[in-house]
Design a protein. Structure first.
Length: 345
């Protein structure tokens, strides 16, 4: 191991300090519509972009140059001056119309998550989420706070859908789920993971089980009536019954809750599950010594400021599954943002 002299501490501190600035540049360019305007491929000057988007020329030029520095935009120097255009990354992930667009999750982070993170020090002191300080709503029910308005619920659902547009197939293909034809997606939200599932496993049917108001929005905004392999079930899986199925998917569900709530839910799932069936947990797994990955460690901090839960190791999820009665537990790290754990009954 190298000595401390090998580490450029000032550069590391500057890099970490600038993380907030970097993300806000990207979020702002998304919010103002920069990437959507340049989606056609025609390069434009900063004056033209500012005029089209109703922004100041000075402010827009600085934003565009920062995006060039972050490799979110490219610039061509011509006789007429600097002309800006999208990069491949921004075309794929930052334009609203792209199938893999991350626009909605960017806006959720910018307008909601970052507000909660202003109170991170308070969350560390208190050991609980910060909705009351951030938005003046009760923190007793995290999802009541998260869904505090129809607009906020829609933003959250669209954001989660955008995540599964790039991560869904990885976790669903981690194990061969083709033997399971009757699947319940508990807390399935806007249905993007269910859509990925029926696309990957065409012989399956997936029922999205979620709160009544979530189901209503999913039907109206996200899942077409022509999606005959996708059905809906309205309910609260903590307080209402869970119907029988062959496989239950819990994607980013258990990390919202403490161990007792997780055991309660998994026990209900085990009781409802058909013999030979199973449960698929989709979560971002910590290393067993909790030394990383850094993305998961940051998600753990977000669980502190927004939920009652935490990120866990594979062993910790396996222990929860075993406590509920599930056996033959398999773990698959995808190398992407989210991993998969499969328990069988």
């Amino acid at each position: 191991m190298g000595s401390t002299e090998d580490l450029d501490y000032p550069q590391i501190i500057v890099q970490y300090s600038n993380g907030f600035l970097i993300s806000k540049v990207m979020f702002t360019a998304c919010e103002l519509g920069v990437f959507d305007l340049l989606e056609s491929g025609k390069p434009l000057s900063s004056d033209a972009i500012a005029a089209r988007l109703g922004a100041s020329t000075m402010g827009m030029e600085r934003l565009l140059d920062a995006c060039v520095g972050l490799k979110l935009l490219a610039v061509d120097m011509t006789q007429e001056g600097a002309l800006y255009r999208n990069t491949e990354i921004s075309n794929i992930y930052l334009t609203k119309s792209s199938p893999k667009s991350q626009y909605h999750i960017m806006m959720y982070y910018s307008n909601t998550v970052y507000v909660c993170w202003q109170y991170l020090a308070d969350a560390v002191r208190d050991g609980r989420n910060q909705y009351e300080r951030a938005f003046g709503v009760s923190s007793e029910d995290p999802f009541g706070a998260m869904y505090r308005s129809d607009e906020e619920m829609l933003k959250f659902m669209a954001g989660q859908n955008s995540v599964w547009s790039i991560c869904g197939r990885d976790v669903l293909a981690a194990f061969d789920l083709s033997p399971f034809t009757q699947i319940y997606d508990l807390g399935g939200g806007g249905g993007a993971l269910a859509q990925e599932c029926v696309s990957l496993y065409p012989n399956s049917t997936v029922t999205i089980y979620d709160l009544p108001k979530v189901v209503q929005v999913a039907k109206e905004q996200f899942v077409s009536p022509e999606e005959h392999q996708i059905a809906f079930h309205e309910g609260d899986f903590f307080n209402d019954s869970i119907p029988e199925a062959e496989l239950y998917i819990l994607s980013k569900i258990l990390h919202d809750w403490d161990d007792d709530k997780c055991k309660q839910l998994l026990a209900k799932v085990y009781k409802a599950c058909k013999p030979g069936g199973g449960v698929l947990l989709v979560e971002s797994l910590l290393n067993e010594d909790k030394s990383g990955p850094v993305e998961t460690q940051l998600y753990a901090m977000n669980m502190l400021v927004q939920t009652e839960g935490k990120e866990r190791t594979a062993a910790e999820y396996s222990k929860l599954l075993e406590a509920a009665g599930f056996g033959v537990i398999q773990v698959k790290r995808t190398g992407k943002l989210y991993d998969a754990v499969l328990g069988r009954k």
